[in-house]
Design a protein around this ligand. Structure first.
Ligand SMILES: Nc1nc2c(ncn2[C@@H]2O[C@H](COP(=O)(O)OP(=O)(O)O)[C@@H](O)[C@H]2O)c(=O)[nH]1
Ligand SMILES: [Mg+2]
Length: 531
């Protein structure tokens, strides 16, 4: 699933190389690594069986550099082709933004190609991805071998949607970068359309050219490497190709997929912790754990700062001491829930690899977001003051944008208003996103006014209706946030800072609504849980 961070201007996307066993998927990643990252800044991580077959996946992080001012990062994965690893394939395919289907073009492999293609469609659907819509490029590999089928023939069975198809000899690096460029072009165009990035400076129509230019240097190097392969002097031992920074980890997995264990000399290069997680569970769980670490850091930060408040507070400030204790208790309870929820699959004996639990349903522990390093001042504001102090700090951070838009601020939140029960640093980040989104859409010379009130909300659930108190923070501004924009923000599909904020509020148990005000202003109402 593509991830945006507009304040850092990064886009992160996932490409999966799919296909039958031994068609050349791993070779593709090795070649991309060799051609695009000669200094080996990134590691290609391969999790192989003793027979050098991909057991779980290969993973190659790839940075395309700046595309229209965005730092565009791509995670490249392969799947294991062997029939018995279907659960792994399905997990690795989850959240793919694009797929490369690597076929072995030999006639004798036609059945395997067809079976893998059908299997890909099933697994895409299992991940709620529509095969006809997923950006897809085909690679007809092993063109150097005898008895390869012609592209027109292969197209008949493997290319029902008339996608780009490229002949290749992956082993020699031929056709590897062409395929990669084609898939990145399709993927980024689709992302630009889906998330309406035109407004953000990335016009879908210009994507193919922009990507081509970004790859120009790599293409040139790849062509040169293919034209002039290293010459071998007869009788001389062939030097192994450089495999810098490749980490091969051979592993024994669960009994179903048992393979002879083998300890690679360079196993220790990768954090054992990371691999342990990736191997024992799956890609999703590794990401969920990363999310939980962030969550724990935020929560513990809150607890520690409340403890500090307690230490410096006067003995007789009973109310304030009580409030700090309650905040500590709430945060600790919330963190315990996060851990319990993450432990659920293991506790029920469920094999995470076979789990059909979608990533998003690992609650709170898998926020697909990038939490920016929290400024110290914000943490302090959150600890010492209430909502007013936090908002002042957020507005201070947005001063430049406010000045640029000539937007004035009317902060009508009482200094005595306490914070909602949300992790303060995530809350600050979400509020900053909301303010940024509103200020950028505000008409010059207008005012942003903020007020808050406690509001009971009727929540409809499976067990009927419940009334809950929320803290409603209302931000009124005059700008051009269309009903469509509002809809996208509420649904969490908006790619801008307001959409990002909406997703964060939702993770914290809150939500956003909009209400038009007389005189043409719009009130953005952020509902946040209170104790
Ligand atoms: N002749 C030939 N062999 C290839 C080509 N690409 C990959 N191979 C070989 O095919 C075998 C399987 O490749 P690999 O990348 O591990 O396949 P995977 O199972 O799809 O990851 C290896 O021995 C590769 O060297 C190619 O274009 N031509
Ligand atoms: Mg492989």
């Amino acid at each position: 699933m593509v991830q945006f961070n507009f304040s850092e201007r990064t886009i992160k996307a996932k490409v999966v190389y799919y296909g039958p066993a031994q068609s050349g998927k791993t070779t593709n990643l090795e070649q991309i690594h060799r051609l695009t990252d000669p200094a080996a800044n990134n590691r290609l991580i391969s999790l192989n069986t003793a027979q050098d077959r991909t057991l779980f996946f290969d993973l190659l992080p790839f940075s395309l550099g700046a595309v229209s001012g965005y730092d565009f990062k791509i995670q490249l994965y392969t799947v294991p082709g062997q029939v018995q690893y279907n659960a792994t394939r399905r997990v690795v395919l989850a959240g793919a933004d694009a797929v490369v289907f690597v076929a072995d073009a030999r006639r004798s492999m036609l059945k395997e190609n067809q079976a893998a293609f059908e299997n890909m469609k099933v697994n895409l659907l299992a991940n709620r991805l529509v095969p006809e819509k997923v950006p897809l490029v085909l690679q007809y590999n092993k063109q150097d071998l005898p008895d390869v089928m012609a592209a027109v023939e292969l197209n008949k069975t493997l290319n029902p949607w008339n996608r780009p198809a490229v002949g290749a000899v992956a082993m020699q690096g031929k056709g590897v970068i062409e395929v990669f460029v084609a898939v990145v072009q399709d993927m980024l165009s689709a992302i630009a359309v889906k998330y309406n990035l035109k407004e953000k400076g990335l016009d879908p129509a210009s994507v193919p050219q922009v990507v081509k230019e970004a790859f120009a240097e790599v293409m040139k190097n790849a062509a040169a490497a293919a034209v002039a392969p290293p010459t071998l002097v007869e009788g001389e031992a062939q030097a192994p190709p450089p495999r810098a920074a490749k980490v091969v980890v051979s592993q024994q997995t669960d009994s179903l997929h048992a393979a002879p264990p083998q300890t690679g000399a360079d196993t220790g290069l990768v954090s054992e912790e990371l691999l342990h997680r990736s191997l024992r569970s799956n890609v999703e769980l590794a990401e969920a754990l990363a999310g939980m670490v962030r969550e724990m850091n935020l929560g513990l930060g809150h607890i520690l700062s409340q403890a500090e408040v307690l230490m410096v507070m006067r003995e007789d400030a009973v109310d304030k001491r009580q409030a700090a204790l309650v905040a500590i208790q709430q945060e600790a309870t919330r963190l315990r829930k996060v851990i319990q929820q993450l432990g659920e699959p293991a506790a029920s004996g469920e094999d995470p690899l076979k789990s059909t639990r979608p990533m998003g349903s690992v609650p709170a522990a898998a926020p697909a977001r990038a939490v920016a390093a929290p400024p110290r001042a914000a943490a302090q504001a959150a600890a010492n003051g209430g909502l007013h102090a936090l908002l002042s700090d957020v507005l201070g951070g947005a001063q430049e944008a406010l000045d640029a838009q000539e937007v004035s601020v009317d902060l009508r939140v009482p200094a005595t208003t306490g914070l909602p029960s949300c992790p303060p640093l995530a809350l600050r980040q979400a509020l900053a996103g909301a303010v940024e989104g509103l200020v950028t859409s505000a008409l010059p010379g207008t005012q942003l006014s903020l007020r808050c009130e406690r509001k009971p909300v009727l929540l409809k659930g499976r067990d009927g209706e419940v009334k809950r108190d929320f803290l409603m923070l209302a931000l009124a501004h005059t700008g051009n946030l269309s009903p469509d924009d509002q809809q996208r923000v509420m649904q969490g599909t908006d790619a801008g800072p307001l959409g990002q904020a909406s997703r964060l509020f939702r993770e914290m148990g809150g939500f956003i609504r909009f209400a038009p005000l007389p005189g043409g202003a719009l009130e953005t109402r952020v509902f946040l849980p209170v104790a």
